[in-house]
Design a protein around this ligand. Sequence first.
Ligand SMILES: Nc1ncnc2c1ncn2[C@@H]1O[C@H](COP(=O)(O)OP(=O)(O)OP(=O)(O)O)[C@@H](O)[C@H]1O
Ligand SMILES: [Mg+2]
Length: 416
Amino acid sequence: MSPSGTILLLTTPHTYRAEAFVAAAKRLAVPLVTAVDLPPELARRWPGRLALDFQQPETAVQTILDFAQTTPLAAILPVDDSGVLIAACANQALGLPHNQPAAAAAARDKLVMRQFLHDGGVPTPPFHGFELDDTVEMVTAVVQAAIGFPCVVKPRTLNGSRGVIRANDATTLAMAVRRLQRLLQSIGAAGFLVEGYLPGVEVALEAVLDHGRLQPLALFDKPDPLEGPFFEETIYVTPSRLPMEAQTAVIEMAAQGARAIGLQTGAVHAELRLNEKGAWIVEVNGRSIGGLCSQTLRFDVGMSLEELLLRQAVGLDVRGLQRQPQASGVMMIPIPRPGILRRVEGLDAAQAVPGIDEIAITVPDHHRLVPLPEGESYLGFIFATGQTPDVVEEALRLAHGRLQFIIDEEIPLLIR
Ligand SMILES: Nc1ncnc2c1ncn2[C@@H]1O[C@H](COP(=O)(O)OP(=O)(O)OP(=O)(O)O)[C@@H](O)[C@H]1O
Ligand SMILES: [Mg+2]
């Protein structure tokens, strides 16, 4: 029997995902209310929405519990990492299927995640956590003694490769640490960690968990080399072209990782690297794929990932659902250089490439572009489908090659 009630979707003001969930809820005829992460000064209820401050998880959970008094809830679903802990706590308090708050917190914090993986017997590179104001000398000493080179410095809680930097020696490590510390200070973020660099090809696994059992939904290849010093994501293509046994190793390692972290239910997005020693977890997140990338996935006869997740959340059986067999892919359009985006040219020519389904430029004209590692957004997304993953990858590259990004250099203001 499926629980009745409303789905509460936890979103942020900048999310790309809400629309797809709202459309899926309509299709399923499931009532859905959107909650938005807003600071207290803007926090107020308005028709059809609920304002929550994700920075104050306890208050946010209480607001949800109060809301549930008048609007019985079937499930609380986070659209990204920022709502994962609140969803876990609120679902738990309401007796709904949930991840343990400790597991949700671990999946959000790369340092705690590594600790859980290590404690659960999952192979991990050496790692060490640091406070924001630890000195470069101290970090270097720890890295030289316990981690070695190459290594990767990364923030505990940011996303989209923001602040993630590879260092090959003490000099580049010092530069990376200073750069990351400046970024984290400027945005008031928590500390960071350094871990051993994992060589190998990278893949991303989209999956759902049901009572701790992992059901793979799609495995994406990331065909562009991600070797640093920054790790800008570009192309994702599914199905994977890896040999079946490698794919199985990836899925098994992701399942082992989810178990070690303690995730039990709902969406999982895992990133892994594969080398001659096997599959290695980069991350296992208790959320679904970010940005607009879920558009690459269709299940059964045209069902979106969002609909699949809503179905699972209301207790419907999603076990038999398969990804449609057609190959598909997305390119997260990288920012070529800093400056002011004036306009994007060549859209019609790019759109005309066979196999291209859509090109979404998500950065508005005249907007300031900040590349990684400080930046936090891509220029947009190119979507393609085709007979094979190779054809899809080729179409994405061809379309991207036809786009021109007119970017003006930023003239620094001289203040006298
Ligand atoms: N130990 C590592 N070895 C090699 N590459 C790494 C390592 N850690 C991170 N990377 C690279 O940096 C990228 C970003 O790192 P990570 O996935 O940990 O953070 P994130 O992408 O910012 O988080 P999220 O995936 O939640 O948005 C990875 O996809 C991978 O390419
Ligand atoms: Mg990642």
